[in-house]
Design a protein around this ligand. Structure first.
Ligand code: NAP
Ligand code: G4F
Length: 346
């Protein structure tokens, strides 16, 4: 049987790298788009693609940029993929407050550029996956989990941009018959998570503190609740979404909830750091009981002008119809992330 062709925008990111590995195992030919960068940005995929040894014949990387219509259209026209995964975005919520216009250009308009290309090139058999986000739910009532019917109330330009892409995806599906789908993915992490996202920042710092290579960890809001899954599980859901009999929109989550502080406490315990919390608000500190030193501080620069306090996803629809469920529990995720950091220091 002929291999399917997948085009992945955002292949150098956390999800792009796991998705590429997943699809290669399914015998896909992978085309990935990377941006020009003055320093190396292919660390997460170098083990797959090795420009000297050509380890995989089914893996091709192209320069492109989701903010550039001509390169986006040109690549789609040249490759004529069976499936397009749009994972490219300025994906950091905190950074979207600093660079709102660029965030909107990449995170909102990027989807429009791809969908316009699919439509104008008459690629009626090409399927489209949009990396939508639980950040779209934004302001929510604590205790109530979110599903496909929960209204959006974004609290950042990142969230607003993802809402634009979400509706654009549905519009191209309904108006032009494109097989275009939204995966509304809740937070998912891994050893490959970018270092400024909170889970990676915590794990990396606590491991270094344990090994006496770092003194303190500064954080913002410790009381936000997130539903953290493993990226490896979540890329499988992206593929399943495009294999379903009709295009649709899907919540992908674990239905587990945890505050940032609980995440820290679990990591500290696993690293045998005895953590004692003192004070409240901006003065809150975490002390290592063994050394009596302050190892966690609060820094107001990490607070956001708009915060999302409570995210917990109900993935009942994906479980029932896609037969998708997360294999990793939060405990397995944390073990995987800690092991990776510890191994780096061996
Ligand atoms: P990530 O690690 O930040 O990866 C983002 C990818 O997009 C990188 O490959 C990045 O390239 C690329 N990119 C950024 N701007 C681009 C541009 N202008 N043109 C082309 N490529 C560009 O994010 P991730 O965690 O893998 O997430 C993947 C997608 O899912 C993102 O759209 C994110 O918003 C969304 N999402 C993520 C989560 C989550 O919890 N991880 C949850 C819901 C939705 P560089 O490597 O060069 O920076
Ligand atoms: O790790 P975070 O930066 O992830 P956030 O904002 O939830 O966004 C991630 O998940 C979204 C899905 O809901 C994705 F769409 C998005 O692309 C990204 O992958 O922050 C998590 C929580 C926030 O409430 C934040 O205020 O941790 C809190 N936090 C506390 N201190 C911190 C810090 N976040 C970061 N990044 N750094 C801190 O020092």
């Amino acid at each position: 049987m002929k291999s399917k062709k997948a085009l992945i925008f955002g292949i150098t990111g956390q999800d792009g790298s796991y998705l590429a590995e997943f699809l290669l195992k399914k015998n896909y030919v992978i085309h990935g788009v990377k941006r020009r960068s003055s320093s190396a940005n292919t660390e997460r995929i170098d083990h797959i693609f090795d420009s000297i040894n050509f380890k995989s014949k089914n893996f091709f990387i192209h320069y492109g940029d989701i903010t550039d219509s001509s390169s986006t259209l040109g690549l789609i026209n040249k490759i004529k993929p069976d499936e397009i995964y749009n994972l490219a975005a300025q994906s950091h919520v905190r950074v979207s407050f600093d660079i709102p216009e660029y965030t909107a250009n990449s995170t909102a308009l990027g989807s429009l550029r791809i969908l316009e290309a699919i439509k104008n090139l008459n690629l009626s058999d090409t399927k489209y996956y949009q990396a939508s986000s639980s950040e779209m739910f934004g302001k929510q009532t604590k205790g109530k989990s979110q599903n496909e019917k929960t209204p959006f109330h974004p609290m950042s330009i990142y969230g607003v941009s993802k809402v634009f892409s979400y509706h654009t995806t549905i519009y191209y599906r309904e108006a032009f018959g494109i097989f275009a789908c939204n995966g509304i993915l809740f937070n998912h992490e891994s050893p490959r998570r970018g270092p400024t996202f909170v889970t990676k920042k915590i794990v990396q710092a606590l491991v270094r503190i344990k090994l006496k290579k770092q003194l303190t960890l500064s954080l913002g809001n410790l009381y936000a609740v997130r539903d953290w899954g493993h990226a490896k599980d979540y890329v499988e859901s992206m593929w399943k979404i495009l294999q379903y009999k009709k295009p649709d929109d899907w919540v992908i989550a674990t239905n587990e909830e945890m505050t940032v502080k609980e995440f820290i406490n679990i990591c500290a315990k696993k690293l045998d750091i005895k953590l004692i919390w003192k004070n409240k608000g901006i003065k809150e500190i975490g002390i290592d009981k063994n050394t009596n030193k302050i190892i966690i501080k609060i820094d107001k620069k990490y607070f956001r002008p708009g915060e999302v306090d409570y995210l917990k996803g109900n993935y009942y629809k994906a479980k029932k119809l896609l037969k998708w469920s997360p294999k990793y529990k939060s405990n397995d995720l944390i073990n995987d992330m800690i092991k990776y950091e510890l191994d780096l220091h061996e």
